[in-house]
Design a protein around this ligand. Structure first.
Ligand SMILES: C[S@@+](CC[C@H](N)C(=O)[O-])C[C@H]1O[C@@H](n2cnc3c(N)ncnc32)[C@H](O)[C@@H]1O
Length: 305
């Protein structure tokens, strides 16, 4: 399956899980796709629903996609911008990167957000306590080479074309607001920050958030998938216990930190579903609707960039 990779990257991007998530959606009928934690949007963008609400608390992500919707960002404008700014980066290196970052933190221009996201360290999105983007330079002055610009332009083109023919809304809102505006025929895909992992301005997550999300999901009548982590070498996710009336599906990933084989780490991801995925023939235990079940996908490997 060819996976579309979005123009803005973020931590926790679920590119590797798109096929698995889509598998568990097959045959499902819903009127609207609602994604309260859109991040990069990779999941919904690949599901490509006719009607979708992509929401996030980070206004810069939402501004970027609304700028594409409103033709403030088009493939042609982005090409010109990246060629011009890329040339300045190759001449000015770190100094020029810092200049754009200062400019972004004053004006919050979505073009600058794209520039920073694609030239910063590890393609991260991180904001300090005052809401200022603070990711350091990725130290690649030739970052915006011709092939790389073409790749980004194609990614923007995909979204630019999609928003012309599909009914996609991009909304800056807290998940509590997003989830209070849904109805039973909506499908909800939730991918919140992992509890206790981040302290970012837009990306922190605490016990209250965890509880509020659980309460909202438990009290709704529509169908949902919640992405979370199941376990790693050191610990298991205790938060899963409260979803014990749901279907919990797991998949093990291996990722490498650095080049060494010794740094090979296993992480088991989880999908929590409040419905039985009809077309899934990989379930290893016979479904017993009153009990939690699990099934395991083949192990897959990838290298973290
Ligand atoms: C794990 S990321 C989502 C990744 C996304 N599924 C992807 O594949 O790229 C979590 C997202 O939740 C957003 N977020 C954090 N707290 C939020 C809140 N209270 N309400 C809505 N969005 C929130 C963050 O800004 C971040 O983009």
């Amino acid at each position: 399956m060819k996976i579309f990779v979005p123009p803005i990257k973020c931590q926790g991007i679920k590119t590797k899980l798109v096929a698995w998530i889509k598998e568990n959606l097959s045959d499902l009928k819903y009127s609207r796709w609602v994604e309260p934690f859109m991040g990069s949007g990779v999941v919904g963008f690949n599901v490509r629903p006719q009607h979708a609400v992509f929401a996030d608390i980070n206004p810069h992500l939402i501004n970027f996609y609304n700028a594409i919707k409103q033709d403030k960002i088009t493939p042609a404008k982005a090409k010109f911008f990246l060629e011009t700014e890329g040339k300045k980066l190759s001449e000015g290196g770190q100094g020029y990167y810092n200049e754009v970052r200062t400019r972004f933190n004053q004006n919050f221009d979505p073009f600058d957000f794209l520039f920073l996201n694609r030239s910063c360290f590890n393609g991260m999105i991180r904001f300090n306590g005052s809401g200022k983007f603070n990711v350091p330079y990725g130290h690649k002055p030739e970052r915006f080479a011709k092939a790389y610009i073409t790749k980004i332009i194609n990614q923007i083109d995909y979204i630019h074309k999609a928003v012309k023919v599909l009914n996609w809304e991009f909304i800056c809102s807290d998940f509590r607001t997003t989830l209070s505006n849904i109805d039973n025929s909506d499908f909800i895909y939730c991918d919140p920050p992992y509890f206790g992992r981040n302290v970012d301005y837009f990306d922190s997550w605490n016990e209250k958030d965890e509880k509020d999300l659980f309460d909202l999901l438990s009290n709704m009548n529509g169908k949902y998938i919640l992405s979370t982590w199941h376990s790693n070498k050191y610990r298991s996710n205790n938060e899963l216990e409260k979803y014990n009336l749901n279907q919990i599906l797991t998949k093990e990933h291996f990722y490498h930190l650095g080049a060494s084989e010794d740094n090979r780490n296993a992480m088991t991801e989880a999908l929590i579903l409040n419905y039985f995925p009809v077309n899934n023939n990989k379930i290893i235990n016979k479904p017993d609707y009153n009990r939690q079940f699990q099934f395991f996908e083949p192990k897959i490997e990838y290298t973290a960039k």
